[in-house]
Design a protein around this ligand. Structure first.
Ligand code: TXA
Ligand code: MG
Length: 338
């Protein structure tokens, strides 16, 4: 059931459902999440079951901004200076920080790892809900954080509207409608459990923005001696549509289109440059030229092309520029899944 997240009654209903151990479709500025009380092991187990996600893949815990220090202290054992600087600069917002975990907190959410991923989302509906969760009155206990992976079946495209979420999990799930997500790709993830920040997943907050805020350039996870913690958003084959997706340079795409001849079926083209083609039956969709706009539309455009039942999606590779790193990353993973 989709309810309007603007209504205080819907927020109260959602907070109560979470307190009773139920799951909720949660709008955030990045993508929609499938949320449960982070400290309720049975509820968290239901997230893994509903998604078909291996239970050793840790979930991000979302916390309220109005008492953010207490919420961080509830879950994290320690906060290094550079992590504090990143929180001050980017929270509430599309940044997840991996911190040493406090014993006994969010055990099921973290798959038993000794770290916890924390994010304070910027979406006003998410914040209204997180605040209502902290202020729950008896017989309910306050909820300090909500575990929420993206609200899609494991390995599939993340949802950016309430309707996408209902399509993934059916009409029984309560979904707070917060409109279309403004960022559109998942949060940037920074591992803060070492002496320096390590970029685990690129997102809308770029490496250079991270460096500016804390004075340290984030390392790549590939550069680490010991393996980084498991991160399913970082599996190579992830974010996959049903169609086979191929990434091509502009000239390669143009040449491939010219080879098609007069008629083509079941091919969608997500292009950036204008295409010269006399081929009938091609489905053409332009990718926005601005990186943030492209991120905002990426998943819903992929879903829309997929929904047409095409067998192939040919994508013109985005520029090799820093602001495109998040979009490039998601497209590379989708291509690897084919
Ligand atoms: O934007 C987002 O981050 C969205 C919205 C809903 O907030 N959430 C999201 O969740 O993308 P999910 O579960 O699809 O991706 C969470 C990522 C995974 O790659 C997970 O492994 C990683 O965060 N992660 C969470 N806790 C971690 C930890 N303790 N150590 C390492 N990675 C962690
Ligand atoms: Mg995901």
């Amino acid at each position: 059931m989709i309810v309007d997240g603007q209504h205080p009654a819907a927020i109260a209903q959602a907070a109560q459902a979470l307190a009773e151990g139920k799951l909720l479709g949660l709008p955030t500025e990045t993508v929609y999440g499938l949320a449960a009380n982070a400290d309720d092991e049975q509820a968290v187990a239901q997230i893994f079951a509903a998604k078909g996600r291996p239970s050793n893949h840790p979930l991000i815990v979302h916390i309220a901004h109005h008492r953010v220090e207490q919420a961080v202290a509830h879950y994290a054992q320690a906060v290094p200076l550079f992590a504090q600087q990143l929180m001050d600069a980017f929270w509430p917002g599309a940044l997840t920080l991996i911190l040493p975990r406090r014993p006994h907190a969010a055990v099921a959410s973290t798959g038993g790892q000794d770290s916890v991923g924390l994010r304070c989302p910027a979406h006003p509906v998410a914040q209204a809900l997180l605040e209502a969760c902290q202020q729950l009155q008896p017989p309910y206990a306050p909820i300090w954080g909500l575990s929420a992976p993206s609200a899609n079946q494991f390995g599939r495209i993340s949802p950016t509207t309430a309707t996408h979420v209902a399509g993934e999990f059916g009409a029984d799930l309560l979904v707070l409608d917060g409109g279309a997500c403004q960022v559109g790709i998942e949060s940037t993830i920074i591992d803060c459990t070492r002496d320096v920040p390590v970029l685990l997943r690129p997102g809308s907050i770029s490496r250079s923005a991270i460096e500016q805020a804390c004075g340290l350039a984030p390392l790549d996870k590939e550069a680490l001696a010991t393996p980084a913690p498991r991160a399913s958003g970082t599996l190579l084959a992830h974010y996959a549509p049903n169609a086979k997706l191929r990434l091509m340079a502009a000239s390669q795409l143009q040449a491939a289109v010219e080879m098609l001849g007069a008629e083509a079926k079941n091919i969608a083209i997500y292009h950036r440059s204008p295409l010269r083609t006399a081929t009938n039956g091609l489905i053409l969709r332009p990718m926005p030229s601005d990186a943030h706009q492209a991120a905002r539309q990426l998943f819903s455009d992929l879903r829309a092309m997929d929904a047409l039942g095409v067998a192939l999606i040919w994508v013109e590779a985005p520029p090799n520029a820093p602001e495109w790193e998040g979009v490039r990353d998601r497209l590379q993973r989708a291509a690897a899944a084919g």
